[in-house]
Ligand binder design. Structure first.
Ligand code: ADP
Ligand code: MG
Length: 260
């Protein structure tokens, strides 16, 4: 079962991963209001993001930077008015009924960080790359050496030395290293605790150095999470996050009849 970005980022934030402030809305007027609220809270401007069970929203026009409440309203209006087509949706696209209005942040560099189950070894594997913000499948095809893989121990999870090694190889420096290590550890724990099949932050970013943050900050700007259907009986709170409007009709029917 796929979660929306806003649901996955909530789980990440609760676990202790830093994410920019954001507000979920379902109308253009609410988007304008959310913009005001975020700017009052210190955001320089904002991003309006379609909440759909598909990636590639940026390229498909489902992620828009907005610099005023009016722009936020207009962007929301455009995104909500028609199905969003990305390379993951098929030509008919998917209906957008919710938006996330997020505080925009200055990006120094975009990384990829994710965990999935390696079918060959039947173990979770952490996948990381310095080439984030783009489709990881594309990086794998064009530049496979840019992808780091780190198998997780079924009981021990991600060891601290593994996380530190990954953080250095990704090129994190100074205080970013410990922030990245912490995020990797939290991600590995969340993956196991919530019976995830996929947990992905793309992009994980660093912000430029500032007076308050001389080494910049490491933040999650996007979140994607898929839960193992067969484990959902253990997670009533996650089952309650199911959005049937985004699911395949054939899958829904199968579920009604107890089939996977
Ligand atoms: P998708 O993966 O579906 O295209 P993302 O959430 O990754 O959607 O957004 C696409 C791109 O938009 C990111 O790679 C990043 O460059 C930019 N972006 C997303 N959220 C923010 C934000 N809060 N502040 C600044 N830029 C953002
Ligand atoms: Mg993304």
């Amino acid at each position: 079962m796929k979660l929306h970005e806003y649901q996955a980022r909530e789980l990440l934030a609760t676990a202790g991963v830093m994410v920019p402030n954001a507000i979920v809305v379902d109308s253009p007027d609410q988007a304008a209001e959310a913009y005001q609220q975020l700017v009052q809270g210190g955001a320089p401007f904002a991003v309006v993001k379609a909440q759909v069970h598909a990636g590639g929203r940026g390229k498909g026009g489902g992620v828009k930077l907005v610099h005023s409440a009016d722009e936020a309203r207009d962007a929301a209006d455009v995104i909500l008015s028609k199905p969003l087509v990305t390379h993951q949706t098929g030509p008919e696209g998917v209906k957008v009924s919710k938006l996330l209005v997020a505080a925009a942040v200055d990006i120094e560099h975009e990384y990829y960080l994710g965990i999935t189950v390696d079918r060959a070894t039947n173990r979770p594997v952490m996948i990381a790359s310095r080439e984030g913000g783009v489709e990881i499948e594309q990086v794998a095809a064009d530049n496979p050496d840019a992808i780091l893989r780190c198998p997780l121990h079924p009981l021990g999870g991600l060891e601290t030395h593994q996380a530190r090694d990954l953080a250095y190889r990704l090129g994190f420096v100074g205080k970013q290293v410990n922030q990245a290590v912490k995020i990797m550890s939290l991600l590995a724990k969340l993956f196991v605790q919530r019976d995830a099949a996929l947990l992905e932050i793309n992009p994980l970013i660093t912000t430029p150095a500032s007076d308050e943050q001389p080494d910049g900050q490491v933040l999650a700007l996007d979140a994607k999470m898929t839960i193992d259907e067969n484990a959902l009986f253990r997670h009533a709170d996650l089952e309650a996050m199911r959005d049937q409007s985004q699911e395949e009709p054939a899958e829904l029917k199968a579920k009604e009849h107890g089939l996977s």
